[in-house]
Design a protein around this ligand. Structure first.
Ligand code: FES
Ligand code: MG
Length: 586
């Protein structure tokens, strides 16, 4: 936990109060600043409360529609307490909360909306520094992307994982145990009453999913980037030390303003490598690829699929956490948390990188220790030597696709089989369990129209279901291909993020039932055994489908969202983007 790390150095004041950004709103002598001060008085504050002090915006993703962030109502008070103690002026600014458990069709449709909202709020209000409160899947990348656009001093407060689920003396894990007990219920092995007990016990405290899903992968990666206090991402949400961390973060951001320590002073290609290595070593979610690439691009730092593959080839998986392993985030915290994990990763982590507390990552983890070596395995005896994920290419995915080789049946690493193609999710739902469907365990299941534009929003449909008749024969894994993402708590020989997606005419749109498809993980290849001439013929006959939205935010999304290999950000949010009109004018 944060208090075990070296004491934060006395802030070096690089700014006078008159140099604060907020001074332009509050400090000058004009009629507008009268308005700002009188309206601050309206909220019950007097001049000494805020004049000459860093104004700290706290971007809070609390919502009654985000079950993972319910404690943020209380935590924000603790952040404010820290800001007051350090001599700052805290202002809470609610943002759109992307509640993974409820939002349809997928929160991924709204990640960029949160990023835009964060960017515009930070720019338009009199803020000197920012606290970002997020954790549930897309809230982490969304907030960080928005903060990078302004580059004001920023610190991330991760929501923290929920407690282990509890059911009849057994621990339950988010996601993975839902599928397990649903299957048990359908098989008649548990009663409706049991099922309801699972329902009441699987999510029994505030906090994010407590398996190593997307939430913990992204908050851990953000800590590895140096954007949180050390150890922050592993503390369970209801733990009193989580409150302490919130208060410490509030204190620290005030000093960061005086020190003028900004995210772009912290982020480097090496810190992004640290984030990627962290996601890999934790056996984390494939979603981290899309988000980390999008975040890096906002920082103008090159990060691409090839770099993920390169690092995956040499990064061992040492966290024994579900879905790939045995334990849950609460165990990970007791085992020493992310600091102990990073320490154990040794030379795979570049400790010279800066962090928000003014120390390097290496200094922050110097005294860390693994307390439970079954949870954080020794580097010399990892769970896997490498292969947390792999990037595939070939005539089916010229711009890349992703697979998690660690989480699949190994006999499928090299496999050729006939495609069974579903043109969209509804087609698949209607036919997959049809006893007449011509499919065997060697078939390759292909789902089209599940990408950023096709679905739309690139939902987590990528763990395509095994047909019921094959399940009954004992088949548990098959090669499955789509342009969708996959939940961080899923597993299987699922080829994901196929790019370009089928909706924009990627080759995935041209596969037909019966075509032979080859997956070769070691050769990093995904291909259809169809001649170039035939592919060209099919492409000529291909007609673009109707767009999925005709108005509103969805229409903006379809017009501007980029493909998965570049992080699914909007084109116009890239730091070097120049609007066509502006380019003409100049
Ligand atoms: Fe919020 Fe999983 S639903 S983190
Ligand atoms: Mg998820």
């Amino acid at each position: 936990s944060p208090e075990k790390t070296p004491p934060t150095p006395e802030p070096t004041r690089r700014k006078a109060p008159e140099e604060l950004r907020s001074h332009r709103w509050y400090g000058v002598k004009d009629m507008r600043s009268f308005g700002h001060r009188s309206r601050t008085a309206q909220m019950g504050f007097s001049r000494d409360d805020y004049l000459g002090k860093p104004v700290i915006g706290i971007l809070n993703t609390w919502s009654d529609m985000n079950s993972c962030h319910t404690h943020f109502k209380q935590r924000v008070e603790e952040v404010k307490r820290g800001v007051w103690q350090a001599g700052g002026f805290p202002v809470e600014i609610p943002t759109i909360s992307l509640g993974e458990a409820f939002q349809k069709p997928t929160t991924m449709l709204y990640r960029n909306m949160l990023a835009m909202e964060a960017e515009e709020l930070i720019r338009s209000y009199p803020l000197d520094g920012v606290v970002l409160m997020g954790g549930c899947d897309k809230t982490t990348p969304g907030l960080v992307m928005g903060a990078l656009a302004n580059n004001l001093p920023s610190i991330f407060v991760p929501a923290g994982p929920m407690l282990r689920g509890d059911y009849k003396g057994k621990y339950l894990g988010s996601g993975s145990d839902t599928w397990k007990y649903w299957a048990e219920l359908r098989a008649g092995n548990i009663t409706e009453q049991d099922w309801q007990e699972v329902e009441d016990g699987i999510a029994r405290s505030p906090g994010t999913c407590m398996t190593m899903g997307t939430a913990s992968t992204m908050t851990s990666a953000t800590e590895a980037l140096g954007l949180t206090l050390p150890g922050a991402s592993s503390i369970p949400a209801p733990d009193s030390r989580h409150s302490m961390m919130a208060t410490h973060s509030g204190k620290r951001i005030v000093d960061m303003v005086w020190e003028d320590l900004k995210p772009l002073d912290i982020l480097t290609p090496a810190s992004f490598d640290n984030a990627v290595v962290t996601a890999l070593g934790l056996g984390g979610s494939t979603n981290a690829i899309v988000h980390l690439i999008a975040m890096a691009r906002r920082a103008s730092i090159p990060l691409d699929l090839a770099r993920f593959d390169e690092l995956a080839r040499r990064t061992p998986v040492i966290a024994n956490l579900r879905p790939g392993g045995q334990f849950l985030m609460e165990d990970f915290f007791y085992a020493g948390g992310l600091r102990a994990f990073l320490k154990e990763m040794g030379s795979h982590i570049d400790g010279s990188q800066k962090t928000v507390n003014g120390h390097t990552l290496g200094e922050n983890i110097a005294d860390a220790q693994v307390y439970i070596p079954e949870v954080i395995l020794p580097l010399k005896a990892p769970k896997l030597e490498s292969g947390g994920l792999a990037v595939l290419r070939g005539n089916l995915a010229p711009d890349g696709a992703v697979i998690k080789p660690a989480a699949m049946e190994q006999h499928l690493r090299k496999h050729t089989g006939p495609a069974v193609v579903f043109q969209d999710y509804n087609d698949m739902a209607a036919r997959i369990d049809d006893p007449e469907l011509d499919i065997t365990k060697d078939s390759v299941i292909v789902l089209q129209s599940a990408g950023p534009q096709g679905a739309p929003g690139m939902p987590e449909w990528g763990q395509l279901p095994i047909p019921q008749k094959l399940l009954k024969e004992g088949v548990r894994d098959m090669v499955r291909i789509s342009d969708a993402r996959m939940s961080g708590t899923s597993y299987g020989a699922c080829v994901l993020h196929v790019t370009p997606e089928s909706h924009v005419g990627g080759p995935l749109a041209l596969v037909r039932t019966g075509d032979l498809v080859t997956l070769d993980v070691d050769a990093r290849r995904i291909a259809m055994e169809v001649s170039d001439e035939e592919i060209a013929r099919r492409r000529a006959a291909w007609k673009p489908p109707m767009p999925k939205f005709s108005r509103g935010y969805g229409a903006i999304f379809l017009k501007h969202v980029q493909q998965a290999d570049t992080g699914c950000d909007f084109d116009f949010l890239a730091p070097d983007y120049v609007a066509p009109d502006a380019a003409q004018a100049s």
